[in-house]
Design a protein around this ligand. Structure first.
Ligand SMILES: Nc1ncnc2c1ncn2[C@@H]1O[C@H](COP(=O)(O)OP(=O)(O)OP(=O)(O)O)[C@@H](O)[C@H]1O
Ligand SMILES: O=C(O)[C@H](O)COP(=O)(O)O
Length: 400
C-alpha cells in the first residue's frame, strides 16, 4: 500500500512532529559522524520553508539508568542541526511537561525546536521502547501532523514512531524515508537485472534472512567477510581458527544447495589473507581457501578473490552491498573491502546501493560516497528491509 509522503501534507501554519534518527556517534561530547543529521535536512528545510512549525525528536543510544542521561543528551545534536540548517534550533531538555508544551505553543511558522532523547522515557518502564500507549498519545497531542523521516529506526515499533502515527489524524514519510524505500525497495522488489548482491560482515547468523531473501531475487550472490568460513566449512574445507559458526554449517550447505536449485550463482572467495592472531601487527600471508592451516585465521579475502568478485560485478545493473569483506578496521586486512568498494564504485551503468552499517562507513571513509547511487542511513533497518520484512515505522503511516 502506498504511503503518504511529505508533499501530500499541507504543513503551512501546522505544528509538524518530525521523528528523525539522530542516533549519531558522539565521543567526549563531539559528534564524529553527522551523516544522519545531514540526511534529514531536506525534510526539515521543506517544512520550515513551507511555513510549518517543526517539533523534531530522536532517540540517542540506549538509556538504561539515570547516569546514562549525561552522555545521551541530544544537546550537541541540536547544536549541530542549528549549524547545518543555518537557523536557530530551540533545544528543550525535556521529553514531556509544561516547559515542552509552552515551547511548542510559542513556536512561530518557520521555526524549529528539538526535544530531548525519546529514550529518556525508557527509565520509567521502557515507555518509549515498549510503545506505551499513553506516551504515543501524549506526543501525538503536541502536533497537528506527523512526519516519520527516521529510516534508521523504522524497524522498531516504538512510541515515537508507531505510537504517534497511530494516534494522529494524518502522517507521512519524509524525503529520507521515501528515498531509502525507493532505492532499497526498488533494488530487491523490482531491480534492473542482473542484480548482484555482495554480503559480508561477521556472522552468518546475522545475515540468514538477507541471504535467503536475496537468493530468491538476485542473479548472483557473493559472500565474503567472517561468514565466508562457515560456507567454506560446508564445502568440506579446513578453516583453521577463522571465525566459524559450527551450528550454522548445515544451514550454509542448504543455502549453497538452494542457490544451485534456483540457478543463482553463489560466489565464495578462492583465497584468503590468514593471520596468526586477531590483530594488525601479526604475521600474515595469502593462501588458497584449500590451504588454510590449523593455527591460522582468515581475516580478509585475497587478491584473487577481489579479482573474481570484481569480474562478477561487470555488467551488473543493480548492486546491493552489505557488510565488509574482512576486518577492515585493521589496515593489513582492509584490502578486500577497499577492493570490492572500488569495483562497485567504478560501475557507471549500475544502480549501486550500500545497505548501511560498516560497509557504508567504509565507503564514506574511503572517499567513495558520491560514487554510489545510495548509501543507506539504516543498519538494522536496511538489513530487515533486505530480508523482505515489513518496517513497522513505515507501515504505521497514513495510506495515500
Ligand atoms: N574474516 C573476519 N573475521 C572476523 N571478523 C570479521 C571478518 N570479516 C569481517 N569481520 C568483521 O565484521 C564486522 C562487521 O560485521 P557486521 O555484520 O556488523 O557488518 P554490517 O552488516 O556492515 O554492520 P551493521 O550490522 O552495522 O549493519 C567488522 O567489524 C569486521 O571486522
Ligand atoms: O543505529 C540504529 O541502527 C538505529 O538508530 C536504531 O537504534 P537501536 O538499534 O538502538 O534501536
Amino acid at each position: 500500500m502506498a504511503k503518504k509522503t511529505l508533499k501530500d501534507l499541507d504543513v503551512k501554519g501546522k505544528k509538524v512532529l518530525v521523528r528523525v534518527d539522530f542516533n549519531v556517534p558522539i565521543k567526549d561530547g563531539v559528534i564524529t559522524n553527522d551523516n544522519r543529521i545531514t540526511a534529514a535536512i531536506p525534510t526539515l528545510k521543506y517544512i520550515l520553508e513551507n511555513g510549518g512549525k517543526v517539533i523534531a525528536f530522536s532517540h540517542l543510544g540506549k538509556v538504561k539508568e539515570e547516569a546514562d542521561k549525561a552522555s545521551k543528551t541530544l544537546a550537541p545534536v541540536a547544536k549541530r542541526l542549528e549549524e547545518l540548517l543555518g537557523k536557530p534550533v530551540k533545544f528543550v531538555p525535556e521529553t514531556r511537561g509544561a516547559a515542552l508544551e509552552s515551547a511548542v505553543a510559542e513556536l512561530k511558522d518557520g521555526e524549529i525546536l528539538m526535544f530531548e532523547n525519546t529514550r529518556f522515557e525508557d527509565l520509567d518502564g521502557k515507555k518509549e521502547s515498549k510503545n506505551d500507549p499513553e506516551l504515543g498519545k501524549y506526543w501525538a497531542s503536541l502536533g497537528d501532523v506527523f512526519v516519520n523521516d527516521a529510516f534508521g529506526t523504522a524497524h522498531r515499533a516504538h512510541a515515537s514512531n508507531v505510537g504517534i502515527a497511530s494516534n494522529i489524524k494524518e502522517s507521512a514519510v519524509g524525503f529520507l524515508v521515501e528515498k531509502e524505500i525507493k532505492f532499497i525497495g526498488g533494488a530487491v522488489d523490482n531491480p534492473e537485472r542482473p542484480l548482484v548482491a555482495i554480503l559480508g560482515g561477521a556472522k552468518v547468523s546475522d545475515k540468514i534472512g538477507v541471504i535467503e531473501n536475496l537468493l530468491d531475487k538476485a542473479d548472483k550472490v557473493i559472500i565474503g567477510g567472517g561468514m565466508m568460513f562457515t560456507f567454506l566449512k560446508a564445502e568440506g574445507k579446513n578453516t583453521g581458527s577463522s571465525l566459524l559458526e559450527a551450528d550454522k554449517v548445515e544451514l550454509a550447505a542448504s543455502l549453497i544447495k538452494k542457490a544451485k536449485e534456483k540457478n543463482v550463482e553463489l560466489l565464495l572467495p578462492i583465497d584468503t589473507v590468514v593471520a596468526k592472531e586477531f590483530k594488525n601487527d601479526t604475521e600474515f600471508k595469502t593462501v588458497s581457501v584449500d590451504a588454510i592451516e590449523d593455527g591460522w585465521m582468515g581475516l580478509d579475502i585475497g587478491e584473487a578473490s577481489i579479482k573474481l568478485f570484481s569480474d562478477a560485478l561487470v555488467g551488473a545493473k543493480t548492486v546491493v552491498w552489505n557488510g565488509p569483506m574482512g576486518v577492515f578496521e585493521m589496515e593489513n586486512f582492509a584490502k578486500g573491502t577497499i577492493g570490492v568498494c572500488k569495483a562497485i564504485a567504478e560501475l557507471s551503468e549500475a544502480k549501486t546501493i550500500i545497505g548501511g552499517g560498516d560497509s557504508a562507513a567504509a565507503a564514506i571513509q574511503l572517499g567513495f560516497a558520491d560514487k554510489f547511487s545510495h548509501i543507506s542511513t539504516g543498519g538494522g533497518a536496511s538489513l530487515e528491509y533486505l530480508e523482505g520484512k515489513v518496517l513497522p515505522g513505515v507501515d504505521a503511516i497514513s495510506n495515500k
